[in-house]
Design a protein around this ligand. Structure first.
Ligand code: MG
Length: 263
């Protein structure tokens, strides 16, 4: 990872869309700061396309897609796409969350509880359509070896496990954040992956961002990505000096400056 400030001007000016993680990237310990929201408004005002790419539920993504100045949201780690279509919010899933998937997810919960009895479900499951999510760092911190045991229990059921700084997700969907955002960009901007790879930048902070760090040419970690780097197959290309929302604002300033000086 190189300091963000070393990003060449031509690389920064090539960015037309910014894809961003929410928790511990735009949000600071779960809160949207004035600095981070100003950065989003400034980017939108300058004409950048903005897409939130999050492990958070479809129900939360719908609020962001409805209220924030963004093109849309890729929620549940790539499984659900949300965007404004005239006066409503459109929702695209690969499968319409059949009851059988829910039953299989109930079996996953049972398997995880057998392996890690003290684990608790995240408090946002009611808003989810495609996965089940455990709290490993939001309301309480689960030790790393217990997270590993929960993850092994998920995988033993045939589900996929995805870890962020706050949550451990279990899903039978095939998407990850990168495939979800590629679907979004093709659908909403007509961008094929090869073009998206160089015309979009991605900013994130943890393991569930790994697919996007590998999928895009210009990738940025906020400073708090550091403890996760050893577990990323491809680390972000650049790192901000500030953590979380302040790091996101640092990136926004760089992109805005580059665009202003190239105009
Ligand atoms: Mg995050």
């Amino acid at each position: 990872m190189r300091p963000l400030a070393t990003m060449p001007a031509d690389e920064a000016t090539r960015v037309e869309a910014l894809l961003f993680d929410l928790d511990d990237t735009v949000l600071t310990h779960g809160r949207l700061t004035r600095e981070a929201y100003d950065a989003i408004c400034d980017l939108a005002g300058a004409g950048f396309a903005l897409v939130a790419v999050t492990g958070r539920p479809a129900g939360w993504g719908e609020i962001v897609a409805r209220q924030w100045p963004v093109d849309g949201v890729v929620a549940e780690n790539g499984a659900v796409l949300l965007y404004r279509r005239e006066r409503e919010i459109a929702r695209e899933l690969r499968h319409e969350a059949p009851a059988v998937a829910r039953r299989r997810l109930d079996e996953v919960v049972a398997a995880v509880r057998r392996a890690v009895p003290e684990i608790e479900l995240a408090d946002d499951n009611a808003a989810r359509l495609t996965d089940v999510t455990f709290d490993v760092g939001e309301r309480r911190k689960l030790p790393a070896d217990r997270v590993a045991a929960a993850r092994a229990a998920i995988v033993s059921t045939g589900a996929r496990a995805t870890l962020s700084s706050v949550h451990l997700h279990a899903s039978f969907e095939g998407d990850d954040k990168a495939s979800g955002v590629y679907r979004f960009l093709a659908l909403r901007r007509g961008l094929e992956p090869a073009a998206a790879r160089v015309r979009c930048a991605f900013v994130g902070d943890s393991e569930n961002d790994a697919a996007c760090f590998a999928a895009f040419a210009t990738t940025i970690g906020v400073a708090n990505v550091a403890p996760w780097v050893a577990r990323l197959s491809v680390p972000p290309r650049y790192v901000t000096s500030a953590p979380m929302g302040a790091g996101f604002a640092e990136l926004a300033r760089l992109l805005l400056r580059a665009r202003a000086s190239s105009a």
